[in-house]
Design a protein around this ligand. Structure first.
Ligand SMILES: Nc1ncnc2c1ncn2[C@@H]1O[C@H](COP(=O)(O)OP(=O)(O)O)[C@@H](O)[C@H]1O
Ligand SMILES: [Mg+2]
Length: 331
């Protein structure tokens, strides 16, 4: 059975399809009182798969647990006509995806990027302190309301700490963009709060520079870079990014989870206070750590080299003249 606009699901009538993930369909719908909601309905094919069923129940359980201004709210839940697969009715957010709001390929101003990033930290700090890890942080799973309030959506890949493991590769949602995936998730680990911190760092990198940290022709190429490479220094991509803000962003993206920010609150505090932070002190914290190393060597030297460029030019010309004069004198 395929849902189409006009169909009824529980108390709701479907208006238009918003999206279709690996696990289900997402519709705009109207409730009995005419209120607009978002309805997430599982695919019927998944009814027979216990793993998928567990995952849906988990998303429902997790989402119902959360009540925060920066997290999408559940309006109601119910079960679809066949089987005990739950559907989720979520508050309608009048706004746009962070992806569409920001990413037209050009960087966002520092103040706006930091303002959004702090709200994302608030949402996730709240989730993490309740034992919920999102695990699929990306600009497609964040919405910005017309009022500027950011909301975290889509807990379809989330994990409740202490709960039995239900996520295996066989029932994980189809792999989306690997642009924000933490190195440990790339390597097959389930991920914890610090994986969300990495993904958030990658989003901040993209907001400030206009590009995600890594590019590649295939998902695999991008995934490999998360494990092995260092993103290029942000200040080489966009002039004017404050040094300390770059250092803070890279600290969130350190490859070794043990050297990253350990909590969203710590990341939030540094984002809020970057103007008074000592960038060099942050780089020095993890000198051997990949993502932090590039800007220490390149980020610090390149601008210095750039400002010295005219003198280097003068030096080279003087050397050539000197060499020529010397050579003539020898003749
Ligand atoms: N609360 C909401 N208000 C308005 N649109 C929403 C809302 N939640 C989701 N959407 C839209 O539905 C799409 C899919 O939602 P999402 O929860 O990310 O599910 P999935 O990624 O599994 O398809 C989003 O990209 C967005 O366009
Ligand atoms: Mg989504």
């Amino acid at each position: 059975m395929v849902y189409v606009p006009g169909d009824r699901v529980g108390d709701y009538s479907l208006v238009r399809r918003l999206g279709q993930g690996g696990m289900g369909v997402v519709f705009e719908a109207r409730g009995p009182d005419g209120a607009r909601v978002v309805l997430k309905i599982p695919h019927f094919q998944l009814l027979e798969e216990p793993g998928a069923r567990d995952r849906y129940h988990r998303e429902l359980e997790v989402t119902r647990l959360l009540d925060h201004p920066n997290v999408q709210r559940v309006v109601a839940t119910g079960v679809v006509a066949r089987g005990d697969m739950p559907y989720l009715a979520l508050e309608w957010i009048d706004g746009s995806l962070l992806r569409d709001h920001l990413y037209d390929g050009s960087p966002v101003g520092v103040d706006e990027a930091v303002g959004i990033a702090i709200q994302v930290c608030d949402a996730l700090d709240y989730c993490h302190t309740r034992g919920v890890v999102h695990r699929d942080l990306k600009p497609d799973n964040l919405m910005v309301g017309r009022d500027g309030r950011v909301r975290l959506i889509d807990f379809g890949a989330s994990l409740l700490e202490g709960a039995t493991r239900i996520t295996t590769s066989s029932n994980s949602p189809a792999l989306g963009t690997p642009d924000y995936m933490s190195p440990e998730q790339v390597q097959g680990h389930r991920g914890d709060a610090r994986s969300d911190i990495y993904s958030h760092g990658a989003m901040v990198y993209e907001m400030l520079t206009g590009h995600p940290p890594y590019r590649g022709d295939t998902a695999l190429a991008v995934m490999a870079q998360h494990v092995q490479s260092s993103p290029s220094p942000m200040r080489d991509r966009v002039r004017g990014i404050p040094r300390a803000l770059e250092a803070v962003t890279f600290k969130a993206m350190r490859r070794d989870p043990a050297t990253r920010y350990q909590t969203m609150l710590a990341f939030r505090t540094d984002l809020q206070n970057f103007k008074v932070l000592d960038a060099d002190a942050i780089w020095r914290e993890a000198p051997g750590e990949g993502p932090g190393r590039m800007p220490v060597t390149l980020g610090m030297r390149l601008p210095a080299l750039r400002s010295m460029a005219p003198w280097i030019g003068v030096g080279v010309v003087a050397a050539i003249i000197g060499f020529a004069v010397g050579a003539m004198g020898l003749r």
